[in-house]
Design a protein around this ligand. Structure first.
Ligand SMILES: C[S@@+](CC[C@H](N)C(=O)[O-])C[C@H]1O[C@@H](n2cnc3c(N)ncnc32)[C@H](O)[C@@H]1O
Length: 512
């Protein structure tokens, strides 16, 4: 028996619809075998028969089996320890302070795998008893994989899962039984584990505003963009206003949601759900840019730190870059796409014209196009960013910064605005803020070559050679593949080759 590419594509689509997981090309060979085995075990008549089973009323058990085979359950105690420090030192005190009258404190570990994250939270709650005084703390661990949930309930681990824990903590938290480390009862009391699919509705569980803090780390990175957005929407609804959300270090909410403020402390990024009044007064035209997940940006299991979704306004332009280029060839020398006064007719036309001006280094013309806009477009974030870029190029970084501030008031996750702000801060000789703004930009968009480059230069000036080299090396790799539209917009008038040479020379200086 054989499965065809069409069968595999239908299977992948089914998995994405029901579990959210995006099965990329690297896993195709494994999928072949899995599908064939399952067809045999379920005694189905070929792939179509198997698909019928999956889509039928008896599919629940088969979905459980598939989730055991398809999900990645890598985890350990105190994983990404700085996030737990931020949780205890910053998120919890702020939450408790604001939440004076609530008697409970509910934490969700979404995609908890075999339970290490949920138990780590329980250990922290116990180690910080004074902080949680008089609060009834509960930690709910949920995961789609039944084997993981069984293991989590058992609470028995090998020393590999404890590799980040001090000997003192190990002794405190576990009873040793042979080679097994068994979680002591006191750390289990406030923890529950449940098999649950993040995509499935259940009103009794997903209660609005229920959770104070949600950890959903290293889960969304395996999801398709559409399903990421669906899950983030759900997590936002069940998080209390002012509650905190922790994602994995290579995951961001950029392009997925504007319901959150971005926090940066303890060297990590995390999110705070906006208050209801803030959400209500947000301008309706500030919606996340349409996104596209690229091969580069999709995390590879072997290169997780580099992975993230790639979603920016510039992406939406670059998506059309070829089209724009061919169109602009037609447009050149004519006034196609513009009305008699030269004012652009629509947002798309403006981008064509402004990008064309950038590509030909006609910044004055780009500026005039933006000045000539219909007032209704003046608050469009993409137009605002283009204005800020042009002001920066004209040496008016202070004016550009004011525009960036207004963009960021509505969309804190705009990597381009943070980068321009970094340039402005540097001009004001405020290097710490410039570094911070670039840190945010590269966190939000790890593929942003210019932000890595600028950050590398700033860190070198600051005497932080090691981190400087790391960012400059990333910039060098990225400049090679950076899209022409981003070089044209953010490259300060330098060509790709010039930027690569500059980056090489910075690297040589940093390594000295
Ligand atoms: C890499 S583990 C992350 C474990 C832990 N959060 C951490 O960061 O250490 C990802 C987990 O997400 C779970 N998962 C994947 N899709 C899910 C879904 N649709 N609903 C619930 N859990 C899911 C997987 O079963 C897996 O255990």
């Amino acid at each position: 028996m054989q499965v065809t590419q069409i069968d595999i594509d239908s299977f992948k689509q089914f998995i994405e619809n029901r579990m959210g997981l995006f099965l990329d090309a690297t896993r195709i060979s494994g999928l072949n075998e899995l599908i064939l085995t399952r067809i045999q075990v379920c005694r189905c008549m070929g792939f179509q028969g198997y698909l019928k089973l999956l889509e039928g009323p008896e599919s629940a058990e088969e979905l459980r089996v598939l989730s055991e085979n398809i999900t990645v359950g890598e985890t350990y105690f105190f994983r990404h320890v700085d996030q737990f420090r931020a949780f205890i030192d910053s998120a919890v005190p702020e939450r408790i302070l604001r939440n004076g009258r609530r008697a409970g404190f509910e934490i969700l570990s979404a995609g908890c795998a075999s339970g290490e994250e949920a138990y780590t939270l329980s250990v922290l709650v116990h180690q910080n008893e004074a902080l949680f005084r008089n609060l009834d703390v509960s930690i709910a661990g949920i995961d789609i994989n039944p084997t993981s949930i069984k293991k989590a309930r058992l609470g028995q681990y090998t020393d590999w899962a404890l590799r980040e824990m001090s000997p003192q903590d190990r002794k405190e938290v576990f009873a040793v039984e042979g080679k097994k480390y068994v979680v002591k009862d006191r750390y289990r009391e406030n923890v529950t584990f449940e098999e649950r699919n993040l995509l499935e509705d259940d009103r009794s569980f997903w209660l609005p505003g229920r959770f104070d803090v949600i950890f959903c780390r290293n889960v969304l990175m395996y999801f398709s963009t559409e399903k990421m957005r669906q899950v983030v929407g759900r997590l936002s609804r069940v998080l209390a206003p002012g509650g905190f959300l922790f994602l994995g270090p290579s995951e961001t909410l950029r392009g997925l949601s504007t319901d959150f403020h971005l926090y940066h402390s303890h060297n990590v990024f995390y999110y705070q759900k906006k208050e209801d009044v803030e959400l209500q007064r947000e301008s309706p035209h500030f919606v996340p840019a349409p996104e596209r997940v690229t091969e580069l940006s999709r995390p590879l299991v072997s290169d997780l730190t580099f992975g993230s979704i790639d979603v920016t306004w510039a992406e939406s332009i670059s998506k059309s870059a070829n089209y724009i280029e061919s169109l602009s060839r037609k447009v050149r020398g004519t006034s196609a796409g513009f009305n008699e006064k030269g004012a652009a007719k629509s947002g798309f036309d403006i981008f064509i014209k402004v990008y064309d001006c950038f590509a030909r280094e006609r910044y004055q013309e780009a500026w005039e196009t933006l000045q000539n806009l219909d007032p209704s477009m003046n608050q469009n974030p993409e137009i605002l960013l283009l204005r800020a870029i042009l002001l920066t190029n004209q040496g008016k970084a202070d004016e550009a910064e004011i525009i960036c501030e207004s963009i960021l008031r509505n969309d804190e996750l705009n990597a381009g605005a943070h980068y321009l702000k970094a340039l402005s801060r540097e001009q004001c000789e405020d290097r710490p803020s410039a570094i911070e703004e670039n840190n945010i930009a590269v966190y939000l968009d790890p593929t942003f070559a210019m932000a890595h480059f600028h950050l590398g230069m700033l860190l070198r000036k600051n005497g932080d050679g090691e981190r400087a080299v790391s960012h400059l090396e990333k910039a060098l790799r990225l400049f090679d593949i950076e899209k022409p539209v981003r070089i044209a917009l953010f490259g300060g008038g330098f060509s790709r080759n010039a930027l690569i040479n500059l980056c090489r020379s910075e690297l040589r200086n940093s390594e000295r």
